[in-house]
Design a protein around this ligand. Structure first.
Ligand code: ADP
Ligand code: MG
Length: 579
Protein backbone atom coordinates (compact mmCIF):
# COMPACT_ATOMS: atom_id res chain seq x y z
CA UNK A 1 0.00 0.00 0.00
CA UNK A 2 1.31 3.45 -0.78
CA UNK A 3 -0.37 5.03 2.23
CA UNK A 4 1.89 6.22 5.01
CA UNK A 5 0.85 4.99 8.44
CA UNK A 6 1.44 6.91 11.66
CA UNK A 7 2.80 5.04 14.66
CA UNK A 8 2.93 6.17 18.28
CA UNK A 9 5.61 3.84 19.65
CA UNK A 10 4.92 4.41 23.35
CA UNK A 11 6.68 3.27 26.51
CA UNK A 12 3.52 1.56 27.73
CA UNK A 13 1.20 1.45 24.75
CA UNK A 14 1.54 1.86 21.01
CA UNK A 15 -0.99 2.79 18.40
CA UNK A 16 -1.24 2.89 14.58
CA UNK A 17 -3.38 5.25 12.50
CA UNK A 18 -3.89 6.24 8.90
CA UNK A 19 -5.51 9.08 7.02
CA UNK A 20 -8.69 8.09 5.19
CA UNK A 21 -10.79 10.61 3.29
CA UNK A 22 -8.89 13.39 4.95
CA UNK A 23 -9.30 12.12 8.50
CA UNK A 24 -7.08 10.03 10.72
CA UNK A 25 -8.44 6.66 11.80
CA UNK A 26 -6.98 4.45 14.46
CA UNK A 27 -6.69 0.85 13.32
CA UNK A 28 -8.34 -1.33 15.98
CA UNK A 29 -5.39 -3.64 16.56
CA UNK A 30 -5.91 -5.72 19.74
CA UNK A 31 -9.53 -4.64 19.84
CA UNK A 32 -9.44 -0.92 20.56
CA UNK A 33 -6.18 0.13 18.93
CA UNK A 34 -4.29 0.62 22.18
CA UNK A 35 -1.57 -2.01 21.99
CA UNK A 36 0.60 -2.72 25.06
CA UNK A 37 4.29 -2.24 24.18
CA UNK A 38 5.11 -5.62 25.67
CA UNK A 39 6.97 -8.64 24.29
CA UNK A 40 6.74 -11.98 26.07
CA UNK A 41 8.28 -15.36 25.37
CA UNK A 42 5.93 -18.35 25.41
CA UNK A 43 8.08 -21.47 24.95
CA UNK A 44 9.59 -20.69 21.53
CA UNK A 45 7.05 -18.09 20.50
CA UNK A 46 7.45 -14.39 20.93
CA UNK A 47 4.14 -12.72 21.72
CA UNK A 48 3.48 -9.00 21.34
CA UNK A 49 0.71 -6.67 22.48
CA UNK A 50 -2.32 -7.55 24.62
CA UNK A 51 -1.56 -11.30 24.80
CA UNK A 52 2.02 -10.52 25.80
CA UNK A 53 0.83 -8.12 28.48
CA UNK A 54 -1.50 -10.76 29.89
CA UNK A 55 1.34 -13.27 29.93
CA UNK A 56 3.74 -10.78 31.44
CA UNK A 57 1.50 -10.51 34.50
CA UNK A 58 2.13 -14.19 35.22
CA UNK A 59 5.66 -14.50 33.80
CA UNK A 60 7.37 -11.16 34.36
CA UNK A 61 10.84 -12.71 34.02
CA UNK A 62 10.13 -13.87 30.46
CA UNK A 63 8.75 -10.55 29.31
CA UNK A 64 10.01 -7.12 28.30
CA UNK A 65 8.15 -3.92 29.06
CA UNK A 66 9.12 -0.27 28.65
CA UNK A 67 11.89 -1.01 26.15
CA UNK A 68 11.59 2.59 24.98
CA UNK A 69 13.55 3.64 28.06
CA UNK A 70 16.55 1.71 26.73
CA UNK A 71 16.50 3.01 23.17
CA UNK A 72 19.84 4.54 22.27
CA UNK A 73 21.75 2.40 24.80
CA UNK A 74 23.77 -0.76 24.19
CA UNK A 75 22.00 -2.72 26.91
CA UNK A 76 21.02 -6.28 26.03
CA UNK A 77 17.69 -7.86 26.87
CA UNK A 78 17.44 -11.55 27.58
CA UNK A 79 14.41 -13.53 26.49
CA UNK A 80 14.88 -17.27 26.90
CA UNK A 81 18.34 -18.16 25.65
CA UNK A 82 18.73 -15.21 23.31
CA UNK A 83 19.98 -11.66 23.80
CA UNK A 84 18.26 -8.78 22.05
CA UNK A 85 19.07 -5.13 21.40
CA UNK A 86 16.42 -2.58 22.42
CA UNK A 87 16.05 -1.94 18.66
CA UNK A 88 15.10 -5.61 18.13
CA UNK A 89 12.36 -5.50 20.73
CA UNK A 90 11.00 -2.23 19.34
CA UNK A 91 11.15 -3.77 15.87
CA UNK A 92 8.96 -6.65 17.08
CA UNK A 93 6.37 -4.18 18.34
CA UNK A 94 6.45 -2.23 15.05
CA UNK A 95 6.19 -5.44 13.02
CA UNK A 96 3.25 -6.62 15.10
CA UNK A 97 1.42 -3.29 14.69
CA UNK A 98 1.93 -3.29 10.92
CA UNK A 99 1.06 -6.98 10.46
CA UNK A 100 -2.13 -6.75 12.49
CA UNK A 101 -3.16 -3.42 10.97
CA UNK A 102 -2.37 -4.84 7.51
CA UNK A 103 -4.73 -7.77 8.15
CA UNK A 104 -7.52 -5.37 9.12
CA UNK A 105 -6.81 -3.00 6.24
CA UNK A 106 -6.22 -5.74 3.69
CA UNK A 107 -2.70 -5.09 2.42
CA UNK A 108 0.93 -4.76 3.42
CA UNK A 109 2.09 -1.72 5.33
CA UNK A 110 5.62 -0.59 4.63
CA UNK A 111 5.82 3.20 4.87
CA UNK A 112 5.51 4.76 8.30
CA UNK A 113 5.99 7.90 10.37
CA UNK A 114 7.09 7.15 13.95
CA UNK A 115 6.82 9.54 16.86
CA UNK A 116 9.37 10.07 19.65
CA UNK A 117 9.41 12.32 22.74
CA UNK A 118 10.61 15.86 22.07
CA UNK A 119 13.55 15.36 24.45
CA UNK A 120 14.83 12.23 22.61
CA UNK A 121 18.53 12.60 21.81
CA UNK A 122 20.05 11.99 18.43
CA UNK A 123 21.13 8.49 19.49
CA UNK A 124 17.59 7.67 20.64
CA UNK A 125 16.12 8.95 17.37
CA UNK A 126 18.60 6.92 15.34
CA UNK A 127 17.81 3.83 17.38
CA UNK A 128 14.12 4.37 16.58
CA UNK A 129 14.92 4.63 12.85
CA UNK A 130 16.97 1.45 13.17
CA UNK A 131 14.09 -0.37 14.85
CA UNK A 132 11.91 0.57 11.87
CA UNK A 133 14.54 -0.75 9.51
CA UNK A 134 14.86 -4.02 11.42
CA UNK A 135 11.08 -4.36 11.18
CA UNK A 136 11.46 -4.08 7.41
CA UNK A 137 9.74 -0.71 7.22
CA UNK A 138 10.56 2.52 5.46
CA UNK A 139 10.60 5.21 8.11
CA UNK A 140 9.55 8.33 6.22
CA UNK A 141 9.98 10.62 9.19
CA UNK A 142 10.51 10.78 12.92
CA UNK A 143 8.11 13.31 14.46
CA UNK A 144 8.01 14.73 17.98
CA UNK A 145 5.07 13.43 19.98
CA UNK A 146 3.79 16.87 21.10
CA UNK A 147 4.03 18.10 17.52
CA UNK A 148 1.95 15.16 16.34
CA UNK A 149 -0.64 15.82 19.05
CA UNK A 150 -0.79 19.49 18.03
CA UNK A 151 -1.23 18.53 14.37
CA UNK A 152 -4.16 16.36 15.32
CA UNK A 153 -5.82 18.87 17.60
CA UNK A 154 -5.40 21.50 14.93
CA UNK A 155 -7.97 19.59 12.89
CA UNK A 156 -10.48 19.20 15.63
CA UNK A 157 -13.61 21.24 15.51
CA UNK A 158 -15.80 21.16 18.54
CA UNK A 159 -19.34 20.27 17.48
CA UNK A 160 -21.19 22.51 19.84
CA UNK A 161 -22.32 26.04 19.34
CA UNK A 162 -21.62 27.06 22.92
CA UNK A 163 -18.28 25.40 23.43
CA UNK A 164 -15.19 27.51 23.28
CA UNK A 165 -14.28 27.95 19.62
CA UNK A 166 -10.98 26.50 18.55
CA UNK A 167 -9.70 28.69 15.77
CA UNK A 168 -6.61 27.96 13.81
CA UNK A 169 -5.47 31.57 14.03
CA UNK A 170 -5.95 31.49 17.79
CA UNK A 171 -3.49 28.71 18.26
CA UNK A 172 -0.36 30.79 18.72
CA UNK A 173 1.07 28.85 21.63
CA UNK A 174 0.10 25.37 22.64
CA UNK A 175 1.09 23.51 25.77
CA UNK A 176 1.09 19.72 25.53
CA UNK A 177 0.81 17.84 28.83
CA UNK A 178 1.57 14.17 28.20
CA UNK A 179 1.35 11.80 31.15
CA UNK A 180 1.85 8.21 30.03
CA UNK A 181 2.58 4.97 31.82
CA UNK A 182 6.13 5.66 32.86
CA UNK A 183 7.09 9.10 31.63
CA UNK A 184 5.83 12.63 31.80
CA UNK A 185 6.53 15.21 29.10
CA UNK A 186 5.42 18.78 28.87
CA UNK A 187 6.14 20.90 25.83
CA UNK A 188 5.34 24.39 24.70
CA UNK A 189 4.88 24.75 20.96
CA UNK A 190 4.61 27.72 18.67
CA UNK A 191 2.07 26.98 15.97
CA UNK A 192 2.48 28.12 12.41
CA UNK A 193 3.51 26.65 9.08
CA UNK A 194 6.24 24.99 11.02
CA UNK A 195 5.38 23.81 14.49
CA UNK A 196 8.26 24.76 16.73
CA UNK A 197 9.04 23.17 20.10
CA UNK A 198 9.91 26.16 22.31
CA UNK A 199 10.38 24.27 25.53
CA UNK A 200 10.32 20.65 26.49
CA UNK A 201 10.77 19.23 29.92
CA UNK A 202 9.35 16.50 32.08
CA UNK A 203 10.30 13.54 34.19
CA UNK A 204 11.41 10.27 32.63
CA UNK A 205 10.50 8.44 35.84
CA UNK A 206 7.00 9.66 36.51
CA UNK A 207 3.88 8.09 35.09
CA UNK A 208 0.88 5.87 35.62
CA UNK A 209 3.05 3.08 37.04
CA UNK A 210 3.83 5.28 40.04
CA UNK A 211 0.13 5.76 40.69
CA UNK A 212 -0.39 1.99 40.41
CA UNK A 213 2.44 1.35 42.86
CA UNK A 214 0.76 3.48 45.51
CA UNK A 215 -2.34 1.29 45.24
CA UNK A 216 -0.20 -1.86 45.36
CA UNK A 217 1.44 -0.63 48.57
CA UNK A 218 -1.96 -0.06 50.12
CA UNK A 219 -3.16 -3.55 49.13
CA UNK A 220 0.03 -5.15 50.47
CA UNK A 221 -0.38 -3.34 53.76
CA UNK A 222 -3.88 -4.76 54.06
CA UNK A 223 -2.64 -8.30 53.37
CA UNK A 224 0.15 -7.86 55.89
CA UNK A 225 -2.29 -6.67 58.55
CA UNK A 226 -4.85 -9.37 57.83
CA UNK A 227 -2.71 -12.43 57.17
CA UNK A 228 0.77 -11.33 58.21
CA UNK A 229 2.07 -12.16 54.73
CA UNK A 230 4.81 -9.95 53.34
CA UNK A 231 4.63 -9.65 49.55
CA UNK A 232 7.23 -6.89 49.27
CA UNK A 233 9.86 -8.77 47.30
CA UNK A 234 7.67 -11.45 45.79
CA UNK A 235 7.85 -10.74 42.06
CA UNK A 236 4.85 -12.87 40.96
CA UNK A 237 2.62 -11.18 43.54
CA UNK A 238 3.86 -7.73 42.60
CA UNK A 239 3.21 -8.37 38.90
CA UNK A 240 -0.29 -9.59 39.67
CA UNK A 241 -1.09 -6.70 41.99
CA UNK A 242 0.28 -4.16 39.51
CA UNK A 243 -2.41 -5.28 37.07
CA UNK A 244 -5.09 -5.14 39.75
CA UNK A 245 -3.95 -1.66 40.78
CA UNK A 246 -4.03 -0.35 37.22
CA UNK A 247 -7.57 -1.64 36.77
CA UNK A 248 -8.59 -0.02 40.03
CA UNK A 249 -7.06 3.29 39.00
CA UNK A 250 -8.80 3.23 35.62
CA UNK A 251 -12.14 2.36 37.25
CA UNK A 252 -11.74 5.36 39.54
CA UNK A 253 -11.44 7.70 36.57
CA UNK A 254 -15.10 7.08 35.85
CA UNK A 255 -16.43 5.78 39.13
CA UNK A 256 -16.29 7.18 42.62
CA UNK A 257 -15.40 3.84 44.17
CA UNK A 258 -13.72 0.64 43.02
CA UNK A 259 -13.69 -2.76 44.67
CA UNK A 260 -10.68 -5.00 44.77
CA UNK A 261 -11.57 -8.67 45.17
CA UNK A 262 -8.64 -10.93 44.44
CA UNK A 263 -8.14 -14.55 45.28
CA UNK A 264 -5.17 -16.87 44.71
CA UNK A 265 -2.60 -14.09 44.86
CA UNK A 266 0.77 -15.85 44.77
CA UNK A 267 2.63 -15.61 48.06
CA UNK A 268 6.05 -16.83 49.20
CA UNK A 269 6.36 -20.52 50.05
CA UNK A 270 3.81 -21.76 47.48
CA UNK A 271 1.05 -20.16 49.50
CA UNK A 272 -1.65 -17.90 48.14
CA UNK A 273 -3.66 -15.14 49.73
CA UNK A 274 -6.79 -13.11 49.10
CA UNK A 275 -7.76 -9.50 49.46
CA UNK A 276 -11.05 -7.68 49.47
CA UNK A 277 -11.14 -3.93 49.89
CA UNK A 278 -12.56 -0.74 48.50
CA UNK A 279 -10.89 2.40 47.20
CA UNK A 280 -12.56 5.74 46.66
CA UNK A 281 -11.49 8.28 44.10
CA UNK A 282 -10.79 10.71 46.89
CA UNK A 283 -8.43 8.25 48.56
CA UNK A 284 -6.55 7.71 45.32
CA UNK A 285 -6.28 11.45 44.80
CA UNK A 286 -4.93 11.93 48.29
CA UNK A 287 -2.37 9.20 48.05
CA UNK A 288 -1.04 10.42 44.70
CA UNK A 289 -1.26 14.16 45.23
CA UNK A 290 2.51 14.57 45.37
CA UNK A 291 2.85 12.87 41.96
CA UNK A 292 0.41 15.29 40.37
CA UNK A 293 2.21 18.17 42.12
CA UNK A 294 5.43 17.09 40.45
CA UNK A 295 3.84 17.37 37.02
CA UNK A 296 2.61 20.86 37.86
CA UNK A 297 6.13 21.92 38.83
CA UNK A 298 7.29 20.75 35.38
CA UNK A 299 4.49 22.72 33.71
CA UNK A 300 5.70 25.84 35.48
CA UNK A 301 9.26 25.09 34.45
CA UNK A 302 8.27 24.68 30.80
CA UNK A 303 6.40 27.98 30.90
CA UNK A 304 9.48 29.64 32.39
CA UNK A 305 11.70 28.13 29.74
CA UNK A 306 9.42 29.39 27.00
CA UNK A 307 9.21 32.76 28.81
CA UNK A 308 5.41 32.69 28.72
CA UNK A 309 2.67 33.21 31.29
CA UNK A 310 -0.44 31.00 31.37
CA UNK A 311 -2.60 33.67 29.73
CA UNK A 312 -0.37 33.54 26.64
CA UNK A 313 -1.13 29.86 26.07
CA UNK A 314 -3.94 29.53 23.57
CA UNK A 315 -4.55 25.85 23.99
CA UNK A 316 -3.64 23.11 26.39
CA UNK A 317 -3.65 19.59 25.03
CA UNK A 318 -3.93 16.62 27.34
CA UNK A 319 -2.21 13.55 25.98
CA UNK A 320 -1.52 10.12 27.47
CA UNK A 321 -3.83 7.67 29.20
CA UNK A 322 -3.21 9.13 32.64
CA UNK A 323 -4.84 12.43 31.69
CA UNK A 324 -8.17 10.61 31.95
CA UNK A 325 -7.78 10.91 35.70
CA UNK A 326 -10.25 13.69 36.59
CA UNK A 327 -8.02 15.39 39.16
CA UNK A 328 -5.36 15.96 36.52
CA UNK A 329 -7.85 17.73 34.29
CA UNK A 330 -9.00 19.92 37.16
CA UNK A 331 -5.48 20.80 38.27
CA UNK A 332 -4.60 21.92 34.74
CA UNK A 333 -7.86 23.81 34.49
CA UNK A 334 -6.94 25.70 37.63
CA UNK A 335 -3.92 27.09 35.81
CA UNK A 336 -5.21 27.60 32.30
CA UNK A 337 -9.00 27.56 32.56
CA UNK A 338 -11.33 25.03 31.00
CA UNK A 339 -12.03 27.01 27.84
CA UNK A 340 -8.58 26.39 26.45
CA UNK A 341 -8.78 22.64 26.75
CA UNK A 342 -10.49 20.83 23.90
CA UNK A 343 -11.16 17.31 25.10
CA UNK A 344 -10.32 14.64 22.58
CA UNK A 345 -9.25 11.06 23.08
CA UNK A 346 -5.87 11.38 24.83
CA UNK A 347 -4.79 7.86 23.86
CA UNK A 348 -5.00 8.30 20.13
CA UNK A 349 -3.98 11.87 19.39
CA UNK A 350 -0.26 11.18 18.90
CA UNK A 351 -0.79 8.32 16.42
CA UNK A 352 -3.52 10.30 14.67
CA UNK A 353 -1.16 13.27 14.36
CA UNK A 354 1.52 10.97 12.94
CA UNK A 355 -1.02 9.75 10.37
CA UNK A 356 -1.72 13.36 9.40
CA UNK A 357 2.02 13.93 9.02
CA UNK A 358 2.08 10.81 6.81
CA UNK A 359 -0.77 12.24 4.76
CA UNK A 360 1.03 15.55 4.38
CA UNK A 361 4.14 13.75 3.11
CA UNK A 362 2.17 11.75 0.56
CA UNK A 363 0.26 14.87 -0.50
CA UNK A 364 -3.21 14.15 0.85
CA UNK A 365 -5.68 16.75 2.05
CA UNK A 366 -6.81 16.85 5.65
CA UNK A 367 -10.32 17.71 6.70
CA UNK A 368 -11.57 18.98 9.99
CA UNK A 369 -12.77 16.45 12.49
CA UNK A 370 -15.97 17.03 14.35
CA UNK A 371 -16.08 16.16 18.01
CA UNK A 372 -19.19 16.19 20.15
CA UNK A 373 -18.82 17.68 23.58
CA UNK A 374 -21.09 18.70 26.43
CA UNK A 375 -21.86 22.38 25.89
CA UNK A 376 -22.53 23.07 29.59
CA UNK A 377 -21.29 21.81 32.89
CA UNK A 378 -23.72 19.47 34.60
CA UNK A 379 -23.52 19.84 38.31
CA UNK A 380 -25.14 18.73 41.50
CA UNK A 381 -26.28 21.03 44.28
CA UNK A 382 -24.48 20.21 47.51
CA UNK A 383 -24.03 21.80 50.90
CA UNK A 384 -20.62 23.40 51.17
CA UNK A 385 -18.90 22.27 54.34
CA UNK A 386 -17.16 25.62 54.63
CA UNK A 387 -20.06 28.01 54.93
CA UNK A 388 -23.17 25.81 54.76
CA UNK A 389 -24.41 27.43 51.57
CA UNK A 390 -25.77 25.45 48.67
CA UNK A 391 -23.32 25.24 45.84
CA UNK A 392 -23.15 23.59 42.45
CA UNK A 393 -20.34 21.10 42.16
CA UNK A 394 -19.55 19.83 38.66
CA UNK A 395 -20.10 16.16 37.82
CA UNK A 396 -19.60 16.37 34.05
CA UNK A 397 -17.58 19.49 33.16
CA UNK A 398 -18.35 21.43 30.02
CA UNK A 399 -16.40 20.40 26.92
CA UNK A 400 -16.25 16.75 27.94
CA UNK A 401 -16.36 14.52 24.90
CA UNK A 402 -19.64 12.62 24.76
CA UNK A 403 -20.97 10.07 25.44
CA UNK A 404 -19.64 10.37 28.96
CA UNK A 405 -20.30 8.86 32.36
CA UNK A 406 -18.92 10.41 35.52
CA UNK A 407 -19.54 9.63 39.15
CA UNK A 408 -18.65 11.33 42.39
CA UNK A 409 -19.04 10.45 46.01
CA UNK A 410 -20.59 12.67 48.65
CA UNK A 411 -21.40 12.19 52.31
CA UNK A 412 -24.60 12.70 54.27
CA UNK A 413 -24.63 15.62 56.67
CA UNK A 414 -26.35 14.30 59.78
CA UNK A 415 -26.89 11.02 61.55
CA UNK A 416 -29.91 9.09 60.37
CA UNK A 417 -30.47 11.54 57.56
CA UNK A 418 -33.74 10.60 55.90
CA UNK A 419 -33.32 11.82 52.36
CA UNK A 420 -30.90 13.38 49.94
CA UNK A 421 -32.24 15.89 47.46
CA UNK A 422 -30.64 15.65 44.10
CA UNK A 423 -30.91 18.87 42.13
CA UNK A 424 -29.31 18.74 38.72
CA UNK A 425 -28.08 22.06 37.38
CA UNK A 426 -26.71 23.11 34.03
CA UNK A 427 -24.27 26.01 33.89
CA UNK A 428 -20.83 27.20 34.84
CA UNK A 429 -21.42 28.96 38.14
CA UNK A 430 -21.01 27.54 41.63
CA UNK A 431 -24.04 29.61 42.61
CA UNK A 432 -27.21 27.60 41.91
CA UNK A 433 -29.16 30.80 41.28
CA UNK A 434 -27.00 31.57 38.28
CA UNK A 435 -27.47 28.13 36.73
CA UNK A 436 -30.50 26.40 35.28
CA UNK A 437 -32.19 23.73 37.32
CA UNK A 438 -32.97 20.95 34.86
CA UNK A 439 -34.13 18.13 37.09
CA UNK A 440 -34.72 16.98 40.62
CA UNK A 441 -35.17 13.80 42.48
CA UNK A 442 -34.84 12.51 45.98
CA UNK A 443 -33.12 9.50 47.46
CA UNK A 444 -34.70 8.02 50.55
CA UNK A 445 -32.01 6.78 52.87
CA UNK A 446 -31.65 3.88 55.20
CA UNK A 447 -30.61 4.86 58.73
CA UNK A 448 -26.88 5.45 58.85
CA UNK A 449 -24.14 7.48 60.46
CA UNK A 450 -23.42 10.97 59.18
CA UNK A 451 -20.97 11.07 56.25
CA UNK A 452 -22.49 7.91 54.83
CA UNK A 453 -21.24 7.68 51.23
CA UNK A 454 -23.70 8.62 48.50
CA UNK A 455 -22.50 7.95 44.97
CA UNK A 456 -24.00 10.12 42.28
CA UNK A 457 -23.44 9.18 38.66
CA UNK A 458 -24.35 11.22 35.59
CA UNK A 459 -24.34 9.79 32.09
CA UNK A 460 -24.67 12.05 29.07
CA UNK A 461 -25.41 10.44 25.73
CA UNK A 462 -25.11 11.72 22.18
CA UNK A 463 -28.67 13.01 22.25
CA UNK A 464 -28.10 15.09 25.32
CA UNK A 465 -30.09 12.82 27.60
CA UNK A 466 -28.80 12.91 31.13
CA UNK A 467 -29.27 9.81 33.20
CA UNK A 468 -28.71 10.23 36.91
CA UNK A 469 -28.22 7.36 39.33
CA UNK A 470 -27.74 7.99 43.02
CA UNK A 471 -26.96 5.26 45.48
CA UNK A 472 -26.46 5.02 49.21
CA UNK A 473 -23.37 2.82 49.35
CA UNK A 474 -23.80 -0.40 51.26
CA UNK A 475 -27.56 -0.04 51.75
CA UNK A 476 -28.93 -0.86 48.29
CA UNK A 477 -30.93 2.35 48.20
CA UNK A 478 -30.99 3.75 44.72
CA UNK A 479 -32.84 6.29 42.59
CA UNK A 480 -32.66 7.15 38.90
CA UNK A 481 -33.98 9.86 36.62
CA UNK A 482 -33.65 10.88 33.01
CA UNK A 483 -33.53 14.46 31.85
CA UNK A 484 -33.43 15.88 28.35
CA UNK A 485 -30.72 18.47 28.90
CA UNK A 486 -31.00 19.98 25.41
CA UNK A 487 -34.65 20.65 25.91
CA UNK A 488 -35.06 21.16 29.64
CA UNK A 489 -38.64 22.05 30.34
CA UNK A 490 -39.20 24.81 32.85
CA UNK A 491 -39.27 22.93 36.10
CA UNK A 492 -42.64 24.36 37.14
CA UNK A 493 -44.42 22.69 34.21
CA UNK A 494 -45.92 19.30 34.34
CA UNK A 495 -43.42 17.04 32.68
CA UNK A 496 -45.27 13.87 32.03
CA UNK A 497 -42.95 12.84 29.22
CA UNK A 498 -40.04 12.46 31.55
CA UNK A 499 -39.60 8.79 32.28
CA UNK A 500 -39.29 7.34 35.73
CA UNK A 501 -38.30 10.66 37.19
CA UNK A 502 -40.00 13.05 39.50
CA UNK A 503 -40.17 16.76 38.87
CA UNK A 504 -41.00 19.30 41.47
CA UNK A 505 -42.20 22.85 41.37
CA UNK A 506 -39.31 25.23 41.49
CA UNK A 507 -39.49 26.63 44.96
CA UNK A 508 -37.29 29.58 45.77
CA UNK A 509 -37.36 29.46 49.58
CA UNK A 510 -36.81 25.73 49.48
CA UNK A 511 -33.04 25.96 49.30
CA UNK A 512 -33.04 28.35 52.19
CA UNK A 513 -35.29 26.09 54.22
CA UNK A 514 -32.87 23.26 53.63
CA UNK A 515 -29.94 25.28 54.89
CA UNK A 516 -31.89 26.24 57.99
CA UNK A 517 -32.84 22.66 58.51
CA UNK A 518 -29.21 21.69 58.30
CA UNK A 519 -28.16 24.23 60.89
CA UNK A 520 -30.87 23.26 63.36
CA UNK A 521 -30.29 19.54 62.84
CA UNK A 522 -26.63 19.98 63.46
CA UNK A 523 -27.26 22.00 66.59
CA UNK A 524 -29.70 19.41 67.88
CA UNK A 525 -27.29 16.56 67.23
CA UNK A 526 -24.60 18.37 69.17
CA UNK A 527 -26.87 19.34 72.05
CA UNK A 528 -27.70 15.68 72.53
CA UNK A 529 -24.00 14.86 72.65
CA UNK A 530 -22.43 17.57 74.75
CA UNK A 531 -21.75 16.50 78.32
CA UNK A 532 -20.76 19.89 79.74
CA UNK A 533 -24.00 21.38 81.13
CA UNK A 534 -23.01 25.04 80.67
CA UNK A 535 -22.01 24.53 77.06
CA UNK A 536 -25.15 22.53 76.41
CA UNK A 537 -27.26 25.39 77.71
CA UNK A 538 -25.37 28.01 75.73
CA UNK A 539 -26.01 26.12 72.52
CA UNK A 540 -29.68 25.38 73.33
CA UNK A 541 -30.27 29.03 74.06
CA UNK A 542 -28.64 30.11 70.82
CA UNK A 543 -30.75 27.60 68.93
CA UNK A 544 -33.93 28.80 70.65
CA UNK A 545 -33.10 32.41 69.73
CA UNK A 546 -32.48 31.36 66.15
CA UNK A 547 -35.72 29.42 65.88
CA UNK A 548 -37.66 32.31 67.39
CA UNK A 549 -36.11 34.84 65.01
CA UNK A 550 -37.01 32.57 62.10
CA UNK A 551 -40.56 32.12 63.33
CA UNK A 552 -41.18 35.82 63.89
CA UNK A 553 -39.18 36.67 60.81
CA UNK A 554 -37.65 39.64 62.52
CA UNK A 555 -34.49 40.66 64.33
CA UNK A 556 -31.03 40.16 62.97
CA UNK A 557 -31.50 36.61 61.64
CA UNK A 558 -28.14 36.54 59.94
CA UNK A 559 -26.33 37.71 63.04
CA UNK A 560 -28.10 35.17 65.21
CA UNK A 561 -27.34 32.45 62.71
CA UNK A 562 -23.65 33.38 62.68
CA UNK A 563 -23.57 33.22 66.44
CA UNK A 564 -25.17 29.79 66.43
CA UNK A 565 -22.84 28.54 63.69
CA UNK A 566 -19.72 29.59 65.55
CA UNK A 567 -20.99 27.84 68.68
CA UNK A 568 -21.65 24.73 66.59
CA UNK A 569 -18.14 24.89 65.19
CA UNK A 570 -16.57 25.31 68.61
CA UNK A 571 -18.43 22.40 70.09
CA UNK A 572 -18.05 20.21 67.03
CA UNK A 573 -14.30 20.52 67.31
CA UNK A 574 -14.33 19.52 70.94
CA UNK A 575 -16.61 16.63 70.08
CA UNK A 576 -14.46 15.58 67.17
CA UNK A 577 -15.63 12.03 67.72
CA UNK A 578 -19.08 13.33 66.81
CA UNK A 579 -19.03 11.44 63.55
P1 ADP B 1 2.77 5.71 27.05
O1 ADP B 1 2.76 7.00 26.31
O2 ADP B 1 3.77 5.66 28.15
O3 ADP B 1 2.87 4.53 26.16
P2 ADP B 1 -0.09 5.87 27.54
O4 ADP B 1 -0.31 7.23 27.06
O5 ADP B 1 -0.69 4.76 26.78
O6 ADP B 1 1.42 5.58 27.85
O7 ADP B 1 -0.65 5.83 29.05
C1 ADP B 1 -0.64 4.67 29.77
C2 ADP B 1 -1.03 4.98 31.19
O8 ADP B 1 -2.32 5.56 31.22
C3 ADP B 1 -1.08 3.74 32.05
O9 ADP B 1 -0.51 4.00 33.31
C4 ADP B 1 -2.56 3.49 32.18
O10 ADP B 1 -2.88 2.83 33.38
C5 ADP B 1 -3.09 4.90 32.20
N1 ADP B 1 -4.51 4.97 31.85
C6 ADP B 1 -5.15 4.49 30.76
N2 ADP B 1 -6.46 4.73 30.82
C7 ADP B 1 -6.67 5.38 32.00
C8 ADP B 1 -7.84 5.89 32.66
N3 ADP B 1 -9.06 5.78 32.11
N4 ADP B 1 -7.67 6.48 33.86
C9 ADP B 1 -6.45 6.59 34.42
N5 ADP B 1 -5.34 6.13 33.85
C10 ADP B 1 -5.44 5.53 32.66
MG1 MG C 1 2.67 8.30 24.84
Amino acid sequence: MDKIYGIDLGTTNSCISVLKDGRPHTIPVDGNGIVPSVVSLDKENLLVGRVAANRAAAFPEQSVRSVKRLMGTTEKLKLGKKDYDPEDISAMILRYLCDEAGKIEGGDIDRVVITVPAYFSDAQRRATMEAGKRAGLTVERIVNEPTAAALFYDQVKIASTDAAPVHREDAGYVLVYDLGGGTFDVSVLRMGEIIEVMASTGDTHLGGDDFDRRIVTRIMRQIKEKDDIDLNDHVPALARLAGVAEKTKITLSENAVARVNETHIPAPGKKTCTVSMEFSREELEKMTEDLVDRTIVCVEKAMDEAKLTPDKIDRVLLVGGMTRMPVIVSRIEQIFGAARMPVVDPDLSVANGAAIQGGIISGENCEQILVDVTPHTLSLEVLSDEDYTLQCTPIIPRNTQIPATRARMFGTVVHNQETVRLNVYQGESTDPDENTLIGKTELKLAKAEADCPIVVEYSYDLNGIVHLIAEQKGYSRKTEIRIDSRNPQPVSQNLSEIEDGEWYEEDEPEAEARAINFVTQRANTLIAKIEDKAKKKLLSDALARYEKALKDDDGDIDGIEDELLSLIEENAEENAEEN
